[in-house]
Ligand binder design. Structure first.
Ligand code: HEM
Length: 126
C-alpha cells in the first residue's frame, strides 16, 4: 500500500498537503486548537500511516485511550478522512487506493469516535 502511493517521498508530500488542508478546516480546528505544531505533525503522520497500513511508529497509548474525552464526532472523523482522500487523489493515487484507505480508516472509527452523530430527537426530553 505504501508503495502503491509512491513510497516515502510521496507520503511526505501527502503529509504536508494534508496538514495544510486540515489546519484550514474550521470544522476541525476545535480539536486541534492548542495542540502544538510538532504534536499536530505527529498526529497527521500517525493518521496517514494508519490509513496506508504502514508500520505503526507511535508507541504507548492505544488509539482509544489517546482519544478518550476528546469527543471526536463521526463528522470530524469523516472530515479528516475526506481531506486525506482528496489529498491522495490530487497527488495521483488511484480510486482503488483511496477506497482501500477509506476502509482501513473506517476500521479504526470505533476506537476514535465517542460522540456518535445524534439522529432524531432527544430520547429523554425533560
Ligand atoms: C484513524 C484515525 C486516527 C489516528 C490513527 C490517530 C492517531 C493519534 C495518535 C497516535 C495520537 C497521539 C497519542 C499520544 O500522544 O499518545 C492522537 C491524539 C489525538 N488525536 Fe488522533 N488519530 C485519529 C483520528 C483523530 C480524529 C478524527 C481527531 C479529531 C478530529 C483526532 C484528534 C486527536 C487529538 C486532538 C489528539 C490529542 C493531541 C495531543 O494533545 O497531542 N484524532 N491521535
Amino acid at each position: 500500500m505504501f508503495e502503491k502511493v509512491g513510497g516515502a517521498t510521496a507520503v511526505r508530500t501527502a503529509v504536508t498537503v494534508f496538514y495544510e488542508r486540515v489546519l484550514k478546516d474550521d470544522t476541525l480546528s476545535a480539536w486541534f486548537e492548542g495542540v502544538d505544531l510538532d504534536r499536530l505533525a505527529m498526529h497527521q503522520r500517525a493518521f496517514i500511516t494508519a490509513a496506508l497500513g504502514g508500520p505503526a511508529q507511535y508507541g504507548g497509548r492505544s488509539l482509544r485511550v489517546a482519544h478518550a474525552g476528546l469527543g471526536v464526532t463521526d463528522a470530524a472523523f469523516d472530515a479528516l478522512a475526506e481531506h486525506l482522500a482528496v489529498t491522495l487523489l490530487a497527488l495521483g493515487a488511484s480510486l482503488d487506493v483511496v477506497e482501500e484507505v477509506r476502509s482501513r480508516l473506517n476500521a479504526l472509527r470505533g476506537e476514535i469516535v465517542e460522540a456518535p452523530t445524534q439522529t432524531g430527537p432527544d430520547p429523554q426530553p425533560s
